[in-house]
Each structure stands twice: as structure tokens, then as C-alpha cells.
Design a protein around this ligand. Structure first.
Ligand code: ADP
Ligand code: MG
Length: 325
């Protein structure tokens, strides 16, 4: 990768202790993110996207591996160092209303990070910045003194984004930020994130099960299944020619605008996500994989370099490439 690495994720593993025993939600995930880059984190519900997103911000403890932020191990930062770093690392959640403090006006909500991290700013400077940021996300001054419950989901999400962006962070983790919104509003919010990213050079980790949205925003895609990484690829190549059978399954499930194509399509590959309490041996995806062979039950596929900068964890991706030539 040519860009300087902002975030370097090595073999990150996260476990949850549950009543049914240990659940490995994220299993040895590795990737790099350069300054200003946008990475889409995709996969079906329960595959570990949110957990990984939280691990990147040290909001859940790691069972293994490390997260380096500009070369420094996040787990080793002192409390005060971590606190300072929080200004550069922000998160936007799926449920905008639940993530805002109902007792604060939206103006106060957006001002809060500035008051915490930039105490040297005077009241007027804070008010000015808040006004500018709220205008930027499409919320006029007449709305500053309103409370979140008076707002639509889309408006609340604009406030959440303004709050995350007000400190001009270097990285924002967006965890399904548009999944709870109407389709028309989704488009507006995605456009807003694109613009803010362009203007501020903010890097994004954009978590979504919506591959069409990821395509509009992200230049790289990381595919997860049952806590493991299946494929890591530049978006253009990923959408044109996914290497992993699971990636193909996900892309086949993306709705097509033409209803004739939609009807002609074969049903989604069989099976449900395997239980995270008893993941399949070998390749965790093999129980649903249309091209699995015996070896897939035996060997855990390495997450290895494929073509170009792509990486894939599949014993059979090479067979497939050869077959196509
Ligand atoms: P995703 O965001 O891709 O839907 P999650 O990271 O939320 O996936 O969940 C990954 C796995 O971890 C799932 O099996 C989920 O049930 C489990 N999980 C998530 N949060 C917790 C928790 N706080 N305690 C126990 N298990 C959890
Ligand atoms: Mg999630």
C-alpha cells in the first residue's frame, strides 16, 4: 500500500463470555487503512462487523492481536493518551435517536465534543463551529434549540454525523449508519458522508450489509463471515470479479433494478450462517459453499495474497481463476 498507514490491524481476535460458553466474534482479522481511505466492512448479520468496529476504537477488549494507530499500540496507551486520541477516532451508530442524549438540544449535542476536547475555545467560537457544521449537514439555525425526539431518523443521523465530524477526526467508524433509514434518506446521508470525507480527508470504516452503499463510498472492501475475513479487495475489482464464493453469494443477493433480471435469478445459496458456538472445521464457510471439496473441511484456508493487492481465504480461488482463463 502506498499510503502511510493510519490504522494497522493485526490478527485481531475478540471473544465474548456468554451463558453458552465462549463465543469468538472476531477471529484473527488483519488489514491496513491509509489516511483518508474508506474501507467497507461487509457480511451478513452476526459475522462480527460491529465487534470489529468497536475493537478498532478500544471499546471492547482484544483476546489477541493488536490495533496500531499511527504506529502506536492502542492497548498500551495510557488513559490520558487514549482520551486525547478519542478526538481523532469517532463513531457513528446505526440508531441515531438512541445515540443522542435526549436531554441535550442538538446544538448542545454537537458542541459537547468541542467542550471536552477543545476547552481553549470560547463560547462564541464553539457556537460558530457548531453552526457551520450543522449547516454543513443541512440543519439550519432555527433547529439548534430543538431536541432529538422532535426530529426524523434522517435528521438525527445528520446530528450524529455532525457530532462525529465536529473535531475533524482522522477516522470515523460508521456502524450501519443508514440501515435504519428510508431508502431516499439513505442516499442523502451517503452523499453527505462522501462530501465530508472529501472536504476533511477523513478516513472511514463503513460497516454495512448493503453492498450497493459500500460501493458508492469505499475504495476497499473487507468481507467477513463468522468472525473471519474471507476477502479484502479494491472495490472496483471486488464488484467486477469477486474471488471468494461467499463474496459472490453476497453480491448475488444485491437487488437488481431490472425486475426481469431479478426474477430470472437463482435463489440465494442454500443454508444459514453456522452457529458461532460450533463453527465448522476447516473453512467456516464450507457448509454453505457451492464449490467446497473435502479439503475444505480439513484445512483452514490462509488469508493469502491473491491477484494484485487482493487477499482471499479460500482453498479454491486459484482453481476458479484458472478455470476462467
Ligand atoms: P454484526 O455486527 O456483523 O451483526 P456482531 O459483532 O454484532 O456482528 O456480533 C458478532 C457475534 O457476537 C454474534 O454471534 C453476536 O451474537 C455476538 N455478540 C455480539 N455482541 C455480544 C455481546 N455483547 N455478548 C455476547 N455475544 C455478543
Ligand atoms: Mg452490527
Amino acid at each position: 500500500m502506498s499510503t502511510e498507514s493510519l490504522l494497522s490491524v493485526r490478527d485481531v481476535t475478540v471473544d465474548y463470555a456468554t451463558g453458552r460458553g465462549r463465543l469468538r466474534a472476531v477471529d484473527r482479522v488483519s488489514f491496513e487503512l491509509g489516511a483518508g481511505e474508506a474501507l467497507g466492512l461487509v457480511g451478513e448479520s452476526g459475522c462480527g462487523k460491529s465487534t470489529l468496529g468497536r475493537a478498532l476504537l478500544r471499546l471492547v477488549p482484544l483476546a489477541g492481536g493488536e490495533v496500531r494507530w499511527q504506529g502506536r499500540d492502542l492497548a498500551r496507551l495510557r488513559r490520558d493518551e487514549l482520551r486525547r486520541l478519542r478526538a481523532d477516532l469517532q463513531i457513528v451508530f446505526q440508531d441515531p435517536l438512541a445515540s443522542l442524549d435526549p436531554r441535550l438540544t442538538i446544538g448542545q449535542s454537537v458542541a459537547e465534543p468541542l467542550e471536552v476536547h477543545r476547552p481553549e475555545l470560547g463560547r462564541t467560537a464553539v457556537r460558530e463551529r457548531v453552526g457551520r457544521m450543522l449547516a454543513r449537514v443541512g440543519l439550519g439555525p432555527e433547529l439548534h434549540n430543538r431536541y432529538p425526539h422532535e426530529f426524523s431518523g434522517g435528521q438525527c443521523q445528520r446530528v450524529g454525523i455532525a457530532r462525529a465530524m465536529i473535531l475533524e477526526p482522522k477516522l470515523v467508524v460508521c456502524d450501519e449508519p443508514v440501515s435504519a433509514l428510508d431508502v431516499s434518506v439513505q442516499g442523502q446521508i451517503v452523499e453527505l458522508l462522501r462530501e465530508l470525507r472529501r472536504d476533511h480527508g477523513t478516513a472511514l470504516v463503513f460497516i454495512s450489509h448493503n453492498l450497493a452503499v459500500v460501493r458508492r463510498l469505499c475504495e476497499r472492501v473487507l468481507v467477513m463471515y463468522l468472525g473471519r475475513t474471507m476477502e479484502f479487495a479494491p472495490s472496483e475489482e471486488f464488484y467486477a470479479d469477486p474471488l471468494h464464493p461467499y463474496s459472490r453469494l453476497l453480491l448475488d443477493a444485491v437487488p437488481v433494478p431490472d425486475p426481469r433480471v431479478e426474477r430470472a435469478r437463482p435463489p440465494l445459496a442454500a443454508g444459514e450462517v453456522a452457529s458461532p458456538f460450533a463453527p465448522p472445521s476447516g473453512c467456516v464457510f464450507r457448509t454453505r459453499c457451492p464449490v467446497a471439496v473435502e479439503a475444505c473441511a480439513r484445512d483452514v484456508p490462509a488469508f493469502e495474497a491473491a491477484t494484485g493487492s487482493r487477499r482471499v481465504a479460500c482453498l479454491r480461488w486459484g482453481d476458479r481463476v484458472t478455470a476462467r482463463r
